[in-house]
Design a protein around this ligand. Structure first.
Ligand SMILES: CC(C)(COP(=O)(O)OP(=O)(O)OC[C@H]1O[C@@H](n2cnc3c(N)ncnc32)[C@H](O)[C@@H]1OP(=O)(O)O)[C@@H](O)C(=O)NCCC(=O)NCCS
Length: 193
């Protein structure tokens, strides 16, 4: 389901996958070949959410933002495994976030990082590029091994293929809804609710 909020309509690139039971609402931008999987919520109602090309947001992820303070930026080729909770944070290109991890406001996960399953990343935490981040709360454990680097690069590529298989099976390519009187997003001056 792709819905406007206060005149702000989600913006979608080409070949994007959003099944009916996922919610994409408000000031959300999805780049080309992004896949949003079943039961995800991306709620861009009080700040903006930007998701780069070829990123996958796997089933039951929950993405939200903080009013006037923390938008959510996910760069290209990022993978969020099942049941990840992101709030007002930044994920750089090629990062992989393991299942059931939570990342809080102001945290930044560097390029190509692997965040282990079940981790809690505290507010404002900074993860250097290509490191393994793990624990509750999470700490930087070490630089990624070659196998872990290969894992982070392989998951987003697989998910681009998976959503193409769904299109071949008859699932529709997502389209932004028609909306008369669309308004700019938060970054362009939309008033905060
Ligand atoms: C991180 C992961 C890859 C394990 O990697 P690994 O090479 O076996 O890690 P190691 O055993 O060398 O552990 C390194 C450190 O991280 C810790 N660690 C590893 N996985 C952890 C986890 N899930 N939670 C907490 N700590 C973890 C280890 O205890 C160890 O800590 P220490 O150095 O203080 O003893 C794995 O736990 C994981 O989370 N994989 C992602 C799974 C997933 O979500 N898959 C879906 C992808 S679509």
């Amino acid at each position: 389901m792709i819905r406007p909020f206060q005149g702000m309509v989600p913006r979608l690139g080409a070949r994007v996958f959003v099944p009916d039971n996922a919610l994409v609402l408000g000031d959300v931008t999805l780049g080309d070949d992004v896949s949003i999987w079943f039961n995800c919520v991306l709620r861009g109602d009080v700040n903006w959410i930007r998701i780069g090309a070829r990123t996958n947001i796997q089933d039951a992820c929950c993405l939200h933002v903080t009013n006037a303070k923390w938008p959510l930026l996910i760069e290209a080729e990022v993978s969020l495994a099942h049941n990840v909770m992101l709030h007002g944070c930044t994920l750089r290109r090629g990062a992989l976030v393991g299942m059931s991890t939570t990342i809080m406001d102001g945290a930044e996960i560097g390029e190509g990082c692997l965040v282990a399953a079940g981790s809690l990343v505290r507010e404002g935490f900074q993860a250097p590029p290509h490191t393994l981040v793990a624990g509750w709360p999470a700490t930087v454990k070490r630089d990624l091994t070659p196998d872990q680097r290969a894992l982070t690069e392989s998951v987003w590529q697989r998910y681009v293929r998976y959503k193409e298989a769904y299109f071949q099976d008859g699932w529709p390519v997502a389209e932004a809804p028609e909306f008369a009187g669309a308004r700019p997003g938060f970054a362009e001056g939309h008033p905060f609710p």
